[in-house]
Design a protein around this ligand. Sequence first.
Ligand code: PLP
Length: 346
Amino acid sequence: MNFLDRNEFNFTPSQEVIDTIRNFDIGKFCFYTRIYDEGKKSIFSVWLSEKFGIPENQILLGYGAEDLLKNAVHYFLTQGDNNRMMIPKFSWWYYKSIADEVDGETLQYPVLETDDSFCYDLDGLKEMIERVHPRILLLATPNNPTGNGLTPQEIGDVMKMVADDTVVLVDEAYASFVTTETEYIKTLTEQYPNIIICRTLSKFYGLPGLRMGFGFSGKSTLMDKFARYANKYLGYDRLSEEVAIAAMKSDEHYRKIADVMDEARKMYTEELGCLPGFKVYRSSANFILIKYPLEKKGDLQKAFVSEQYKVKFMNEPDLNQHMRITLGRSQQNRKVCDIILSVCKQ
Ligand SMILES: Cc1ncc(COP(=O)(O)O)c(C=O)c1O
């Protein structure tokens, strides 16, 4: 089966990652890390602190970004009496699910459709923030499944819209596909005490099975308390922390893979974008969103099953004639395009 439905990685890890796993000293599993004695979380948080120029105590680690997001949502929605979280109208289903787990109220802010993309409506967002006064404002950039995002400048503009007691949780799971520039993370965390930016090894660095996510928080007493809440006192998986560092040291390998994905984006846009009833949305993540004529859904689903390919057919209000396709190896992308053409080209 070809899994192109959950934004996973259909390529090979970098040589540094492979070597780190092969050469790992198994003896390390017999002991907890001793780094706690130095007041640090992990060799990975220390490494991130140096790479991003952000103090180690403002680095968060989690079992995937999933874990960080869940910890943040559970923590902030259950402190005090404001349990409202604003999320994008179309977004990862998990945000609402984790808010529901603690009886949080989720309110959706608009994501507008444009000619070839989606975009956030910053004026609409500002109006809604003032009306709702959320405890958490969740920004996803790039957003899953719509693929649109915010520039660092726009994230700064949004920070200025919120009250001091609103925590802005920025999910940047796919951000490394957009740019290698990360200086803005330091700037934002220095400027705003109420920001948390989450990233992951699962997407650009192709290690969803590693379950390693990391984040950066602003500097405040509240964030210190949250960091203690989210911290694992006895440390993190000692193999995962080494593998994570190895992956993030091999940007060049992963950038080449991102180039293969760019080629695929071009192919889908050129070959499907002009078909009647189709729209291929602009995106810079490891997936692409495609609108297709709804009457073809059954035939498309059958064709994908018979060719042993899995893609994600969206099924939510106003986003139900769309499929989200993970960008894979060139021959997989070619095959998916051919399957769609065989069903939909007159
Ligand atoms: C927007 C977004 N954030 C976070 C995640 C989860 O990342 P992780 O594997 O690090 O938990 C996903 C996974 O698909 C995602 O789409």
